[in-house]
Ligand binder design. Structure first.
Ligand code: SME
Length: 150
């Protein structure tokens, strides 16, 4: 099963209508996303809770580590640079944090609010190598903007 982004975007838009609470939005988005595609084995948010620090937010999959400093891992790199991290092979990424040894590839997007502040990163991990494409990053960025920048 591969995600149908236009349908997913419509479903999420309908579910979150009128909602502004960030955790409620994250929880809803993660649930819809996680079950939409067989490539997504861990789907979750890490929230910026202090300068230079990410803490676990809503997620689905096995347990994730509780905190990630901006200078660690793929999530930290996305938070530090503000750029999408598309990692086809996690073993080739220096400093990758292995929460699950089954993870082979990873896609992490920065999440901005309406004031253009970085509030979180969205981390999707796959047990398949090279699971993610540029189009995934583009479509997910659109969904994040539609959710958190309203
Ligand atoms: N792999 C991530 C850590 C988070 S977990 O995999 C849930 C990273 O290197 O940032």
């Amino acid at each position: 099963m591969q995600v149908d982004y236009p349908t997913l975007a419509k479903t999420i838009a309908a579910l979150i209508e009128g909602e502004r609470d960030e955790v409620a939005l994250m929880a809803t988005l993660v649930c819809e996303l996680h079950h939409s595609d067989d490539r997504f084995d861990w789907t979750g948010f890490y929230r910026v809770t202090a300068p230079g620090l990410l803490k676990i937010g809503p997620y689905q999959g096995g347990h994730g580590c509780l905190q990630i400093p901006f200078d660690k891992g793929v999530c930290g790199a996305a938070a530090r640079t503000g750029e999408v991290q598309l990692v086809p092979d996690v073993e080739a990424f220096p400093g990758h944090i292995a929460c699950a040894s089954s993870t082979r590839s990873e896609l992490v997007l920065p999440v901005w609010n309406r004031a253009e502040e970085l509030i979180a990163v969205l981390d999707i991990d796959s047990d398949q190598p090279d699971a993610f494409m540029e189009t995934d990053a583009e479509e997910l960025a659109k969904i994040l903007a539609a959710t958190f920048q309203r």
